[in-house]
Ligand binder design. Structure first.
Ligand code: GLN
Length: 475
């Protein structure tokens, strides 16, 4: 048995020193092939071994690579040349990607090796990874519970030790919430930090790719490789991202840091999550940070605003999937319209259909101003709240999710309850600020609790440094 993965930076250091990338990758492939959580939906064995051999050849030729031989897994919405990419939806069955996402290409160039594709909620719509056409993912800490979503397979595969790094996408919390519920580090970078080229779009003004890892140092290493402008994504930021891996000394990282805490955040937390948040506040103070009360008065509207903006953008992004060249093309259509209608009704699952209907409604003539435009106005107020808050503090500390991992099936019949799982994560997407979930112990049932740190936009390096400090306090 190949056990659990070593940290990415440990693997990279040993491969750069002459250990075999092929061996590290083979061990990860075996773990991926014996996954019992339904976290992995595809294993890229031949491709991965060829890539590992190429890394070994580069190292032998004298190159030193930041992620040499590091096995990684990709959420099923990230394109990979020659591989099937499906967003865990029937509508994309049989689609083979002709190109690789920029973020993935950069990781590969840095020596990382894609070993597997991970399960996800269909089109990244969900908070429990129960809407996938490949079936639900189980939480590695307790298989009767959900791993969170929508990047549940990526979170579970890192928390279970299959791979040291997996990629997810975060539109309203889909990296941070499953990271919190599985006990992994998960980061949503600033909007524009990582190119979205090759990420199958959900809500284009909200989507960001980010890493899952077992430590902030590994997450930082992955982000440092991925971040940076890309000619193929006009929303990627032209700034240079320096210092992302410069985490400094955890013992001194928190001295003098002004940590914003939001009183409104405390309502609705389960006692277990609340206890960990309180413990973090005491530990941060003892480490030399100052707690500052701040407020995001419009954050309470964030779920409503999100379900207008995200569904509107999704209805437009998903309009291209017609089920003709791939997906479930139906027989004997009565007309072209009938062909599209029945292909889409068969190809999309119920949650995706609900979102497309909502989104089409809010964008339609006569309703656009009342819903979409109004939501954009409230989004602006949320952005202004952040600006005010970050004038008083360096970082905002809060919960990621109001609860720990819930039981499979528990919220499936109540979409509103499911949507409320993201109450603390959505505002960061609306404002574009970076946010990270750092594991901070467990609740009374032994289930992982992640805490969220957020900084002002483009302060990703500072966020990672403070997160590394918080991580050290959790030990
Ligand atoms: N859970 C949220 C939703 O269902 C967020 C999803 C995401 O971030 N991709 O839309």
């Amino acid at each position: 048995m190949s056990g659990k993965t070593k940290p990415a930076l440990v693997i990279a250091a040993s491969v750069n020193a002459g250990a075999s990338a092929r061996t590290a990758v083979e061990q990860s492939l075996v773990r991926a092939e014996s996954d019992t959580l339904n976290a992995i939906i595809r294993v890229h064995r031949a491709r991965a071994l060829a890539a590992a051999d190429a890394v070994d050849a580069r190292v032998r030729a004298g190159e030193r690579l930041p992620l040499a031989g590091v096995p990684i897994a990709l959420k099923d919405n990230l394109c990979l040349t020659g591989a099937e990419v499906g967003c865990c939806s029937r509508i994309l069955t049989g689609f083979i990607s002709p190109y690789t996402a920029t973020a993935v290409e950069r990781l590969e160039r840095a020596g990382a090796v894609v070993v597997a594709t991970t399960n996800m909620d269909e089109f990244a719509m969900g908070s429990s990874n129960e809407t996938s056409c490949h079936g639900p993912v189980r939480n590695p800490r307790d298989p009767s519970r959900i791993p969170g979503g929508s990047s549940g397979g990526s979170a579970a595969s890192v928390a279970a030790g299959i791979v040291p790094i997996a990629l997810g996408s975060d539109t309203g919390g889909s990296i941070r919430q499953p990271a919190s519920l599985c006990g992994a580090v998960g980061m949503k970078p600033s909007y524009g930090a990582v190119s979205r080229f090759g990420l199958i779009a959900f809500g284009s003004s909200l989507d960001q790719i980010g890493p899952f890892a077992t430590s902030t140092a590994d997450a930082a290493a992955a982000l440092a490789v991925m971040a940076g402008q890309d000619a193929n994504d006009s929303t990627s930021s032209p700034r240079t991202w320096s210092g992302l891996t410069d985490l400094g000394e955890a013992a001194t990282a928190l001295r003098g840091v002004r940590v914003g805490v939001i009183e409104e955040h405390l309502a609705g937390l389960t006692p277990g999550v609340r206890a960990r948040l309180d413990a973090a506040k005491s530990a941060l103070t003892a480490a030399g940070a100052t707690l500052v009360p701040v407020s995001l008065p419009h954050e309470r509207h964030s779920v409503a605003v999100y379900y207008v903006i995200a569904t509107g953008e999704a209805s437009s992004n998903l309009a291209r999937f017609d089920g003709l060249r791939f997906g479930p093309r139906v027989d004997q259509p009565k007309s072209l319209h009938d062909l599209y209608a029945r292909n889409r009704a068969t190809g999309f699952g119920p949650e995706v259909r609900r979102r497309i209907l909502l989104g089409t409604y809010v964008l339609s003539t006569g309703y656009y101003d009342a819903y979409y435009k109004k939501a954009q106005q409230v989004r602006n107020l949320i952005c202004q709240d952040y600006t005010t808050a970050f004038a008083a503090c360096d970082v905002i500390l809060g919960p990621v999710s109001p609860t720990t991992a819930f039981k499979a099936g528990e919220k499936l019949s109540d979409p509103l309850q499911m949507y409320l799982s993201d109450i603390f994560t959505i505002a960061a997407n609306l404002a574009g600020v970076p946010a990270i979930s750092v594991p901070f112990g467990t609740d009374e049932q032994g289930l992982p609790v992640g805490l969220q740190l957020q900084t002002a936009i483009n302060q990703d390096a500072r966020l990672l440094k403070i997160a590394a400090g918080l991580e050290a306090l959790a030990r």
